[in-house]
Design a protein. Structure first.
Length: 136
């Protein structure tokens, strides 16, 4: 029987070679298909894990780059704001100095007119007392 079994298997093998679809439907084809499928699944899972790790690394790297660029942009904006604030402070200081200057000028003129009116008033009082004393 073993010779007959061998011959029968050989005929089946030759028939399977002529029609590859039947090879997949045979017991050996199913076993090979399952083995290959398991290998392919394992390979695909391995590659998916590698891709996930790579994508995770790329995502983290991209996130870090984005954070660094955002921080640099914020630093630039902060520097520009600081410069503008310094300019505004200088302008306000200059305006305040001009205002104080003009107020001091106004006070000086006011003091001059007060002193002048006081001298005129004093002169008037002296003149009136002399005229009143000389007439009487």
């Amino acid at each position: 029987m073993s010779l007959l079994d061998s011959v029968r298997k050989l005929r089946e093998g030759l028939a399977l070679l002529k029609e590859p679809k039947k090879l997949l439907e045979s017991d050996a084809g199913r076993a090979a298909k399952e083995g290959v499928k398991a290998e392919v699944d394992a390979y695909v899972n391995q590659k998916l894990d590698e891709a996930r790790q790579l994508a995770g690394g790329l995502a983290e790297e991209t996130l870090q780059k984005a954070r660094a660029e955002a921080q640099a942009f914020l630093d630039l904006i902060e520097r520009r704001l600081d410069q503008k604030l310094v300019e505004i402070e200088k302008l306000l200081e200059a305006r305040l100095q001009r205002e104080i200057y003009w107020k001091l000028i106004a006070l000086r003129w006011t003091l001059l007119f007060v002193v002048l009116s006081s001298l005129v008033s004093l002169g008037y009082l002296i003149l009136r007392s002399r005229l009143a004393g000389g007439a009487g």
